[in-house]
Design a binder for this molecule. Structure first.
Ligand code: ZN
Length: 332
């Protein structure tokens, strides 16, 4: 919890104006299941045809984005977080708390599950757990995701996993472009081949792999984490219908909140005629996922990721584009 002193300090910073937009250079990750859509559709210069992830906004040690231009050009996001806490409204967290990724799944990702904060703290050297959510940027007709499972008890879950009854155990769900899916810790999940996704998540890289379809990487199977997976899987699984939202019918030129929990609030903003709103949070992340336009007069296009700092004030978006935005914590 934030102390009263911190909140006062933050309010002080909120009153300071800061119009510097922190444009970030993404970090790319080669993955066995990755493809080349990020090069083709987002015009990133890629070094491989198996790029699975683009870390667009991240200060995680496994992929720390650098500021692309402006007063802080060349600084890592993790450095700014430490050296310029005012930019982030003195937000109380050890490091930049969120990580925004684009995922290009040419093939199925492994079946996995993430721990919550308490479990990760105890078993993963104090790391954070991982709560994440997905916005489906694109998918093939008839695509599906794995979300949840069909076991009714922990005993049944263990039996199904130990016997490898994946067909019966895993719950598959049809998915469409524009769907939004919230994945709580303990939820068995897998992104399937053919999906392009924007992920907003806690800044954590702790994943327990439950099943990898028997795939070999460099002649060896990737490591599985069965014990830890079985420790953290929620049984029975949460009702699927409550965790998937279609967003294509949402109104344009306004912020549509897709999710708000203790870790993040996520919005979809589809700009057609233009819109304006106040950035009065400690900071706000934005990723342009379609089209192009301007933010307060500065040109932005599909594939740009940036942070609006504390005290940014009025945000003006013009053009024809779609953005996914987020703030840390549950905000109004
Ligand atoms: Zn995950």
């Amino acid at each position: 919890m934030e102390t009263a002193r911190k909140i006062r300090e933050r309010k002080g910073y909120l009153e300071m104006e800061n119009k510097e937009i922190l444009f970030l250079t993404p970090v790319f990750k080669e993955m066995v299941w990755g493809g080349n859509r990020m090069g083709e559709e987002f015009h990133y210069a890629l070094s491989s045809d198996h790029i699975g992830e683009c870390w667009g906004i991240s200060a995680h040690p496994h992929g720390d984005c650098e500021v692309r231009e402006g007063a802080f050009k060349g600084k890592k996001l993790s450095e700014l977080w430490k050296e310029e806490p005012g930019l982030f409204g003195h937000y109380e967290a050890e490091g930049f708390p969120l990580l925004i990724k684009i995922i290009d799944a040419k093939q199925d990702l492994s079946i996995q599950v993430h721990p919550n904060d308490a479990y990760a703290k105890e078993k993963e050297k104090g790391s954070l757990g991982k709560t994440e959510c997905w916005y489906v940027l694109d998918c093939e007709e008839g695509s599906s995701l794995v979300i949840g499972h069909n076991a009714g008890s922990r005993e049944q879950m263990k039996e199904m996993i130990e016997k490898g009854q994946w067909q019966e155990f895993l719950r598959q769900l049809p998915i469409h472009k524009g769907d939004f899916i919230q994945i709580d810790p303990g939820t068995v999940h897998a992104i399937k081949g053919g999906l392009l996704i924007l992920e907003t998540q806690q800044s954590s890289d702790i994943t327990y792999r439950l099943y990898d379809y028997g795939r070999m990487v460099d002649g060896k199977p990737r490591q599985l984490h069965l014990e830890k997976s079985m420790d953290v899987i929620t049984v029975p699984a949460k009702d699927v219908s409550s965790s998937v939202k279609g967003t294509l019918g949402l109104p344009a030129d306004t912020r549509n909140a897709l999710e708000a929990n203790q870790y993040y609030t996520v919005w979809k903003i589809k700009v057609e005629k233009g819109c304006a709103f106040a950035q009065d949070y400690p900071f706000m992340n934005m990723s342009v996922v379609e089209g192009e336009g301007t933010v307060n007069g500065q040109k932005i296009k599909k594939g740009d990721h940036f942070v609006l700092p504390c005290g940014f004030g009025e945000v003006e978006l013009q053009g024809e584009m779609c953005l996914i935005a987020s703030a840390a914590g549950k905000v109004g």
